[in-house]
Design a protein around this ligand. Structure first.
Ligand code: 13P
Ligand code: SF4
Length: 329
């Protein structure tokens, strides 16, 4: 039986709380083309939580944080994966699916953390700290992962480090994530001077002022924020953990100290909650647009590949992380 394709018009209720109808009308042509192309190419779209709502709620098949996208990438049953996110995420999907075609809407979608460190930097850290395991944040290139013992994400970093049962780790490349995680594990952490250009800009004063302007607000921060910012927040967690917090606790007034699209995507689901919106945009994530997703699928361009020798070593570090399993709820 041939099933009819869902149309952009039918999808509108999924975004109606955050995208006005007149704006959605300008997107319908691209959305319909993407829905058709996904079927023709046997493609799935993996969308990070920082995608704009038309991508996140409109055309993505699987959405989540870096951990969920890595897990799902290991399971997808499709010929083509479009990674609506940034380059390191597409590389991770490719590592886990060497036989599949992985496309990214814009090849320039980088990440300040991934760009902060090279494979040679990791080798130098190992020379300086012989025998200390290297725990690498997934926000890195495949070449850096290839030099690592195990990967982690912000959603499982504590769990991954505790699974090693060692007194000291090298945790790269985000110095703020490393400092935040060190405080939760009691493990000595050696790090690298990388930072996320979005989260490093938040200050404790942003939160102090927010509490004055919006009394009663519940503040959730991403652990890529400096520890002084996390100290001012009510909760810190990965993007998926923040979404879960909102779903479970339903705070009447909430601020998500992270990338701007998070609030839009969560507000669509919980229109009764008041989202306080000082936020920072990630210029790399924002390179993703419907037009670029459509173009990548139409032309099958912007393929992400990884050198097979690097891929084999990097895959081990990612697979070791996935084998550690989900952190306790
Ligand atoms: P999450 O793993 O929390 O989704 O974070 C990814 C990221 O790039 C945050 O800046
Ligand atoms: Fe990288 Fe920060 Fe953008 Fe995430 S938000 S992709 S860590 S620059």
């Amino acid at each position: 039986m041939v099933t009819a394709l869902i149309t952009a018009e039918q999808l509108y209720p999924k975004v109606a709380n955050v995208i006005p109808a007149v704006e959605w009308a300008t997107m319908e042509d691209d959305v319909n083309a993407i829905l058709r192309l996904k079927k023709e190419r046997n493609a799935v779209i993996l969308g990070h939580n920082y995608m704009t709502p038309e991508i996140f709620h409109g055309v993505s098949d699987i959405v989540g944080d870096s951990l969920a996208l890595a897990r799902e990438a290991a399971r997808v049953d499709a010929d083509v994966i479009v990674l609506a996110g940034v380059h390191f995420m597409a590389e991770t999907a490719k590592l886990l699916n060497p036989g599949k075609t992985v496309l990214i809407p814009d090849l320039r979608s980088g990440c300040s953390l991934a760009e902060s460190i090279t494979a040679e930097d990791v080798r130098e850290l190992r020379r300086l700290h012989p025998g200390v395991p290297v725990v690498t944040y997934v926000n890195t290139s495949a070449a850096v992962k290839a030099e690592s013992d195990i990967c982690c994400t912000s959603g499982n970093a504590v769990h991954v480090i505790e699974s090693l049962g060692v007194p000291k780790v090298i945790m790269i490349p985000d110095r703020f994530l490393a400092a935040n995680i060190a405080r939760q594990t009691g493990v000595e952490v050696i790090t690298h001077p990388g930072a996320c250009e979005v989260h490093e800009r938040f200050t404790p004063n942003d939160i102090i002022q927010m509490r004055l302007d919006y009394p009663g607000v519940t503040v959730l921060a991403h652990p890529e924020c400096p520890p002084e910012v996390v100290d001012e927040a009510d909760y810190a967690g990965s993007t998926a953990q923040m979404i879960k917090f909102v779903a479970d606790q339903r705070p009447a007034k909430v601020a998500l100290i992270t990338e701007c699209s998070m609030s839009d995507n969560v507000a669509q689901e919980y229109p009764e909650l008041d989202f306080v919106r000082p936020c920072n945009l990630c210029p790399h994530m924002k390179r993703n647009t419907l037009a670029k997703i459509r173009h990548a699928l139409e032309t099958m361009t912007n393929e992400v590949t990884v050198d097979p020798e690097i891929a084999d070593r990097a895959r081990l570090a990612v697979e070791r992380m996935l084998a550690v399993g989900a952190p306790p709820k």
